[in-house]
Design a binder for this molecule. Sequence first.
Ligand code: PRP
Ligand code: ZN
Ligand code: MG
Length: 221
Amino acid sequence: MSDTRLKLAVQKSGRLAEGGLKLLERAGLRFAYGRDALHRRAENMPVDLMLVRDDDIPSFVAGGACDYGIVGENVLHEMQARSSRYREVETALKLGFARCTLKLAAPKGGDIRCAADLAGKSVATSYPGLTRAWLTERGIEAEIVEMRGSVEVAPRMKIADAICDLVSSGATLEANGLEAFETVLESEAVLIRRRNGRNGEVEATAKLLIQRAEGVIASAQ
Ligand code: PRP
Ligand code: ZN
Ligand code: MG
């Protein structure tokens, strides 16, 4: 793989993966569907896709392993809340898909109905950075219980009193008897890059790709 090809990190599977590939294909990229599950080479542009876990994308872009990445603002801002290392990463383009909201929620009919009620309580989340920052800004002292997934089961299992998790349709909250009472972050898919030190040849490709993606996004509105 030569350094003049743009290395773009995209999610291997999940909501972002599907929307991201669709957008890139509409922007005119054609991919060889080869045997390599972690790498896809565009046939008609100097672009290579790296198929990875979405949570790893900001780190790959910050460290220079990839030039650009497609990731949710939820993941980007969580990483930025955790470490100053991610200040080097910026949004090049908002992509208009994978919209979701990071929300605080608690059991329906329980004694937590607003943010202030969280004082002295515990909140389960996969977004400890964003949740902690949001609570601290409001002077609310609550314990954060970090979970990798299935956060909605925490109150029922007495792991935590409330949760802070992504809501899309709201079906998962509903199924677990939870009710959202506060929005922490609105999120959509974004194209990210390093702020400084990008390669000139790669940038020319990126500029063209961004132009085409803007056209696709505008026509989809
Ligand atoms: C996400 C999120 C919520 C759910 C929200 O979970 O963490 O649990 O989707 O979607 P809904 O409002 O449409 O129900 P995901 O499927 O990524 O699983 P995970 O949390 O176990 O990673
Ligand atoms: Zn993830
Ligand atoms: Mg979940």
